[in-house]
Ligand binder design. Structure first.
Ligand SMILES: Nc1ncnc2c1ncn2[C@@H]1O[C@H](COP(=O)(O)OP(=O)(O)OP(=O)(O)O)[C@@H](O)[C@H]1O
Ligand SMILES: [Mg+2]
Ligand SMILES: [Zn+2]
Length: 483
């Protein structure tokens, strides 16, 4: 019994979904017989790397054609053997389980011999980033002088872990996540073939949750199918993944905003009774709020402020922590939902945020999405300059644990002084040691820097901290004495 994902693995380029630029380039190469000796297929999981490598190998060795072809048939003995992994000239190696130098040595031995049946010997090295350093070194020797009849295809989800010496010898193809549109079309096709009836909304939900991995999408469809029979509904998908209908979460948030804790808890209760776990609930609520925040920032919604959403997200973050270790997660989820609905719904958080200088909007005027006039050219130049400086700084200290703090720092040049304004004491300490380095780096940029000045600025409360304080204050107000 094979899974749907295996059953519907494309056998030819025509069946392939998405990745058009890659397919086009590879087919051109086959048609013009301009074959490199080594390729890199990089990209996220389940988007067709292994599939494409096999079809390419078929193009090189298909027996239905007199020569290399961009239309491998998928049917002949060679094509079928490649598909089954038993073609003597197409060797698939899973580097995750064979990390070793022995395998690569064996390859180095065998590349010397001509292909036994086909036109080219193809080595597909899956999960190539898992090879050991020694194995890479051995591979490098082969890549340096590849025999005419050999083609290597390295597939990986993590190209950064492949040494640069190897990378520079590979022709690279970056596989992209498959678009929801293509995923849905492929799922529809498979469902039709299998006689599964699937609601459109269910397909959308699967596509959304598979995040561009067609394999994940197909296996999700298969699992929901097994679990719910021949007709698959949106509800089935939600139930299977522990998902929650956004409409329900929308109602929950509305009750919370109105301070209706009783109603909010009733919704939570119903969800938990229906089998949604506290973990699922927290994850779904977090995603929902994230989408909501985006909608507000993009001006698609205006019935809730971003400060409120941030405040709720702050609570979700805490829920997430507590749910992870608590023996009584349900209790805590209820606690936080209650707490959220007791939070200020009338206090104007925007006003407070403004007071603490946490928003760019000038007092009295709401910042509406429609364009602000762009700054005069002079000013923009200055900004760009600052950007460049900061980027250079960031690139210098990429590896340090303080790298993240650079983004929140400002870098300016005044005369021969390079001034770095930061809130991070850790960054200051780090930079103190790197001053000489920095000066020479900026000199390369034709900046006559002779001195580096690092100013640590006192930080104002971050929005989240502010919200925390505010929450406590408001909660305290309701209780006698408070905490
Ligand atoms: N581009 C695609 N077109 C059609 N089906 C695809 C595509 N990508 C993935 N699939 C489906 O997903 C399954 C897995 O694809 P494949 O093994 O090629 O992914 P991969 O990119 O090599 O993933 P991994 O990194 O996990 O090895 C295939 O059997 C096929 O059913
Ligand atoms: Mg693969
Ligand atoms: Zn063939």
């Amino acid at each position: 019994m094979s899974s749907l994902a295996v059953k519907y693995r494309p056998r030819t380029f025509e069946e392939h979904v998405g990745q058009e630029p890659i397919v086009k380039a590879l087919r051109n190469a086959l048609r013009l017989k301009r074959i490199s000796s080594a390729y890199l297929f990089a990209g996220p999981r389940g988007v067709g790397k292994t599939t494409t490598a096999r079809i390419f190998a078929k193009g090189l060795n298909c027996e239905a054609s007199d020569d290399i072809t961009d239309r491998p048939c998928g049917e002949c003995r060679a094509c079928r053997d490649i598909e089954m992994g038993r073609h003597p000239d197409v060797i698939e190696i899973d580097a995750a389980s064979n990390r070793g130098i022995d395998e690569i040595r064996a390859i180095r031995e065998s590349v010397k011999y001509l292909p036994s049946r086909g036109r080219k010997k193809v080595y597909i090295i899956d999960e190539a980033h898992m090879l050991t350093m020694e194995a890479f070194n051995a591979l490098l020797k082969t890549l340096e002088e590849p025999p005419e009849h050999v083609v290597f295809i390295l597939a990986t989800t993590d190209p950064h872990r492949i040494p640069p010496t190897i990378l520079s010898r590979l022709q690279k193809y970056e596989f992209r996540p498959i678009s929801p549109f293509d995923i849905i079309r492929r799922l529809q096709f498979i469902a039709r073939q299998e006689g599964i009836e699937v609601e459109d909304r269910a397909l959308h939900e699967i596509a959304r949750r598979s995040e561009g991995s067609l394999r994940d999408a197909i296996s999700m469809l298969e699992q929901v199918w097994v679990f719910s029979g021949n007709s698959v509904t949106y509800e089935d998908v939600l139930k299977f993944v522990g998902g929650i209908d956004p409409d329900v979460l929308g109602r929950l948030i509305t009750h919370i905003r109105k301070g209706e804790s009783f109603e909010a808890l009733a919704i939570l209760d119903e969800l938990l009774t229906r089998g949604v776990s506290p973990q699922d609930f927290v994850r779904e609520l977090g995603n929902y709020l994230n989408d909501l925040l985006r909608a507000v920032l993009e001006g698609r919604r205006s019935d809730i402020t971003r400060e409120h959403i941030l405040m709720y997200m702050n609570n979700v973050l805490k829920m997430e922590e507590v749910v992870r270790w608590s023996q009584t997660p349900r209790l805590w989820v209820e606690y936080y939902i209650t707490r959220m609905s007791l939070l200020p719904s009338t206090v104007d958080l925007t006003e407070i945020a403004r007071k603490y200088n946490l928003t760019h909007a000038p007092p009295g005027k709401e910042r509406k999405m429609p364009r602000q006039p762009s700054p005069p050219v002079e000013e923009r130049k200055e900004e760009r300059r600052e950007d460049d400086l900061a980027i250079l700084l960031a690139s210098r200290i990429r590896k340090a644990p303080v790298a993240g703090t650079v983004r929140e720092s400002r870098v300016l040049v005044e005369g021969k002084k390079l001034i770095i304004k930061t809130r991070s004491e850790a960054l200051r300490k780090f930079l103190e040691e790197e001053k000489e380095e920095l000066i020479s780096a900026y000199k390369e940029l034709a900046l006559p820097v002779e001195e580096v000045v690092i100013e640590v600025q006192k930080s104002h409360p971050g929005l989240l901290r502010l919200i925390d304080e505010l929450e406590l204050r408001e909660l305290g107000r309701g209780e006698a004495g408070g905490d």
